[in-house]
Every structure is written in C-alpha cells, then in structure tokens.
Design a protein around this ligand. Structure first.
Ligand SMILES: Cc1ncc(COP(=O)(O)O)c(C=O)c1O
Length: 377
C-alpha cells in the first residue's frame, strides 16, 4: 500500500498554507481580528436570501452570476463582459495566478532559464496581503517580494528602477490598495504611473476601497493589462456568502472565465450580492459610521500612547506602548478582545485592529486603559 505522504506532490507537501484569522465562538468576545463589517447586511438583502431558501436549492445557480455582473456593469459604467465574479475575491486572485503566470517549478514547469523567469514571477510589495505568496507557491511560481517605503508608502517608478529589485516584466504584480495590513491609501495617479511601467499583468486589489479617499477602477477600464479586484466581504457585510470580482479587459475576463469552476459562485451568494447592489444607500451610511469610528479610535489610542498609522480602510495598524505587540494581543484576549498580530518583521511591532461599532471601540479603549493602569501600579 502506498503511504499517503508519498502520494502528495512535493510542492504541496512543503507548502506553508495561508493562515486565516481566528473565528472563535466565545460568548461576549469583541472580535476585531478579521476586518469583518460590524453591521449586518441590509434588511432587503436578508429578505432576498430568506425568500430564496426553498425547493430551488436543488437547481444549479446561474453559471456566470449574470444578474450580479449586469448590476455591477451598470454601477461601474462598463459591460458585463468586463466582469468575472468569484467565490470571494480570493478565488479571482487565485485564478489570475493560474491564468497569467507560468509555473517555474513542480511537474508543470516549462521554464528553467533565468531569462524566462519573469513569465513565471508573481510580484508584490511587502507587507501586503499574505495570500499572494501562498498563491504563488501553490502554483509553483517564482516570488518577487519588494519592500514598501517607510510607513508603507508606495515607491515611485524611478525609485523602483534605482532599487533594481523590482521586475517591470513580472507576469503578475499584485498591489493592495489601500494597503493591508497598514491601511495606507495610495493615489490613483501614482498607481497609474506604476501600471504604465509594467509589461505584465497588474492586479489592483481594492478589497478595502470603500473606506478610502480614491479608487482606481478607471485604470481597469483604461489599460488592457490591469484588473481591479473588489469584494462584497468587507464593506458590504457579506464575508459569509463569499462573493468577489474582477473588472478588466474583456479578453482577460474571457481567459479567466475558461479556467474557473462551472458554478463557482453559489446561488444564495449571487442573490445576496444582487440585492446588495439594489441597496447601496444603506451601505454608504455604514461606511461613514465606520470611518468616523476609525477616526475616534485612532485619536483615543494616540492619546493613550499608541502610534496609530493613518488608515483608509476598516482597520488600523497601531504600535502599542510599554509591551511588545504580541504581549498586547494576549492581554487584550484576556479582556475578551480579539485583534490581529502578524509575525512578519516589517509589522511585528504593530497590532491590526478592525473597526467595530462605536460601543466596541469604547470597550477596547477601556480595556487599554485598564492594561496601562495595571502596568503602572
Ligand atoms: C487585501 C485583501 N484582498 C482580498 C481579500 C479576500 O477577500 P474575500 O475573499 O473575502 O473577498 C482580503 C481578505 O482579508 C484582503 O485583505
């Protein structure tokens, strides 16, 4: 009998999988660790999902999420052919790697020469979304991780040229904008310069853009090599339903469409997303509430000695006083508050704190005051 381990491809055996934030079910926990929206979906969305739970569950959903794509096309001023919907934006990000990047190792590898490396390269800034390197590893692609500037600012094209690490020919470049986990927003004009300089595909991952000052959607409609990724998870309170999408050139979208699963977006997710797009006013009011809580929390934590980086997202990155960030994670957990800490060297001195309701922000501030008071007594 073969041993199970001997059946697994070496690439998969050695893989460090993506680690999602914890989803504990502890009563009374203030959960500020996975950038979920603290407000529920709109009543119209809940009603639409409830109304769809009947005998129709036996049927396959629309294979291309057509109703959602039509509504998104109207919203973004493009055609449904400019849009592909996925099982969360994570799925479309993964499709992009499979569609545009050649594997450089593993059994599918076709390139061995250095000259061909760019065609097998997934490129991204650090820190940014920690899924990108995992997607590259799964595919057997090469990775080019290039540090952002201090305070997580985007390097300009001239700086990237000088630095020599950046690959302008990389098959696929991911840019998280606004950045995660720093929360820093980037100017569309800067992103446009970067897109103009890239020879390969650029994915602008706008998972948090509804909380930002600018968005770069127009670049996906202007350039044939730029895709913008969006999600219903964060701003639209739909993590549970897993709906995300790309906007871009119809030829890129058609190529991605060829390699996705036939029914990649579940039926209730499609219904929830379509109903969301019919009730955007409801959500825009929530964005305002979250932004104002973000500004309040940033001020309060600053007053208590944290170094809070300016954020254009629904979370903040903050360097706590007195103890290492990792200790703060535990101290807050003892107070039933869950935040996120990353061990990566560029961010290990910070905590990433999701913006919850004003009441949750107050609970956090009170807990911080308590921790600081105990440490001084
Ligand atoms: C930058 C970024 N992109 C994409 C995603 C994926 O979102 P989803 O798959 O829920 O659409 C996340 C989720 O944390 C994210 O932080």
């Amino acid at each position: 009998m073969p041993k199970p381990q001997s059946l697994i491809r070496p690439l998969v055996r050695d893989l460090h999988a993506y680690v999602p934030g914890e989803q504990p079910k502890i009563k009374g926990l203030v959960k500020l660790n996975t950038n979920e929206n603290p407000y529920p979906p709109s009543p119209r969305v809940l009603a639409a999902v409830r109304a769809a739970v009947d005998g129709r569950l036996r049927l396959y959903p629309n294979p291309t999420a057509l109703a959602v794509r039509e509504k998104l096309a109207r919203l973004h001023g493009c055609a449904p052919e400019n849009i592909i919907v996925g099982n969360g934006s994570d799925e479309v990000l993964a499709l992009a790697v499979r569609c545009f990047v050649e594997p450089s190792r593993g059994s599918n590898a076709i390139f061995g020469k250095q000259a061909d490396r760019a065609r097998a390269t997934v490129q991204y800034f650090t820190p940014s979304y920690s899924l990108y390197p995992v997607l590259a590893d799964i595919h057997g692609a090469a990775k080019n991780a290039v540090p952002l500037k201090s305070d997580f600012d985007l390097p300009g094209v001239a700086e990237l040229k000088l630095g020599k690490e950046w690959d302008f020919k990389a098959a696929l470049t991911f840019v998280t904008t606004p950045n995660a986990p720093s929360g820093r927003g980037y100017k569309t004009a800067e992103l446009e310069k970067l897109c103009c300089a890239q020879k390969g595909l650029v994915v602008l991952d706008e998972a948090y853009v509804d909380f930002a000052e600018e968005n770069a959607l127009k670049l996906a409609l202007k350039f044939p090599h730029v895709l913008v990724a969006r999600t219903f998870s964060k701003a639209y309170s739909l993590c549970f339903q897993r709906v995300g999408y790309f906007v871009g050139h119809p030829e890129l979208i058609a190529a991605l469409d060829k390699i996705r699963d036939s029914y990649n977006v579940n039926g209730l997710g499609q219904i929830a997303a379509a109903a969301t797009l019919d009730d955007l006013k409801f959500y825009r009011a929530n964005f305002k509430k979250i932004i104002s809580t973000r500004e309040w929390l940033s001020r309060e934590l600053t007053r208590l000695g944290f170094r809070v980086l300016p954020s254009q997202t629904n979370f903040i990155l903050a360097k706590p006083p007195l103890f290492p960030a990792k200790d703060w994670l535990q101290k807050l957990r003892k107070q039933k508050i869950l935040v996120r800490w990353f061990s990566a060297p560029e961010v290990k001195v910070y905590l990433r704190i999701t913006i919850g309701t004003p009441a949750e922000a107050e609970v956090l501030v009170r807990a911080v005051c308590k921790i600081l008071a105990v440490s001084k007594s």
